[in-house]
Write a protein that binds this ligand. Structure first.
Ligand SMILES: Nc1ncnc2c1ncn2[C@@H]1O[C@H](COP(=O)(O)OP(=O)(O)OP(=O)(O)O)[C@@H](O)[C@H]1O
Length: 280
């Protein structure tokens, strides 16, 4: 249990949330709880920054929203699916509804940029040959999305020939190819330089607003969260200690998330948030 005061205020919207988490407790096997009574709502059109020190449970929360983490207690509802009571075949539908973006982009490097984006449509394309097997409509949509993220001119190049920032744009286009009802981005800028980080977060924010979907982005750098999000939620040792509109927060108020946490403090370190960059 924490002794810190929880920073919380009303959500920004009266519309219904697309994801709702209540009293979520998660433990891996018989290890201690990783998430301990987490509540969360994600509303259409908002970019929500998920903060917390390393090991606080950010990735686990993202995984719980897609059925990749065990739910020991509580409820998780995403895009109309009740994750604690999924019926046969529903897991596939849930995952098709959630667009995901990762730190290391997770592209297939030897395939073209266009084919990587097309793989986002695999859930509704049926069995296809990855090379040339998608419909003309799918190909048109993939090209439109590449245009939207600003790299249509790279469509026929191998994904591995692109810079990190360009690869992350491809990954975002791939996520949009799913026509997601919600987007989860787990440390999407941790391998990018500061300029690219701002550009990718601007893009994700535009997607939230223009497509009217919630975008949840985990971040390590406070200034990026304060500049690019509508709302900030924050975990410490698996407890949700912060949930408030970004305009009501500042670095000092967010200090509660990092107090008495061990390890390197990189929260103001825009230049230094490149953990894993060597793997890119
Ligand atoms: N599959 C797993 N099995 C066992 N323990 C796990 C597993 N995944 C995560 N953990 C543990 O759960 C805790 C929270 O991990 P998680 O990856 O969710 O934190 P995080 O806030 O995303 O950290 P980081 O910012 O370093 O990515 C850590 O103690 C981690 O070791």
């Amino acid at each position: 249990m924490t002794t810190a005061t929880t920073l919380s205020s009303a959500p920004p919207s009266t519309t219904l949330p697309l994801a709702t988490v209540r009293g979520l407790r998660v433990a891996y096997g018989d290890r201690p709880l990783v998430l301990d009574g987490v509540d969360l709502d994600l509303f259409p059109g908002e970019l929500v920054a998920l903060l917390g020190a390393s090991g606080s449970g950010k990735s686990t929360l993202m995984k719980a929203l897609t059925g990749f983490a065990p739910v020991n207690e509580g409820s998780v509802r995403v895009a109309g699916y009740d994750l604690t009571n999924l019926r046969h075949g529903q897991l596939r539908g849930l995952r098709a509804s959630v667009g995901q973006v990762f730190q290391q982009f997770n592209l297939v490097g030897r395939l073209s940029v266009l084919t990587n984006v097309l793989t986002g449509a695999l859930h509704d394309a049926g069995p296809v040959n990855l090379v040339g097997g998608f419909s003309a409509a799918h190909r048109r949509r993939a090209l439109e999305l590449l245009d939207r993220v600003g790299i249509a001119h790279k469509a026929n190049e191998q994904a591995r020939s692109l810079s990190g920032g360009q690869q992350q744009r491809v990954a975002i286009a791939r996520a949009l190819m799913q026509q997601p009802r919600i987007v989860l981005a787990d440390e999407p800028v941790a391998s990018l330089d500061p300029k690219m980080s701002h550009a990718v977060l601007d893009l994700l924010h535009d997607i939230a607003r223009q497509d009217g979907i919630p975008v949840l982005v985990s971040l390590h750098v406070l200034p990026l969260a304060l500049e690019h999000s509508d709302r900030i939620v924050g975990l410490r040792h698996g407890e949700m200690l912060v949930s408030a509109p970004t305009r009501e927060l500042d670095a000092e108020k967010l200090d509660v998330l990092y107090a008495d946490v061990d390890g390197h403090d990189d929260r103001f370190d825009e230049e230094g948030d490149h953990r894993g960059a060597a793997l890119a």
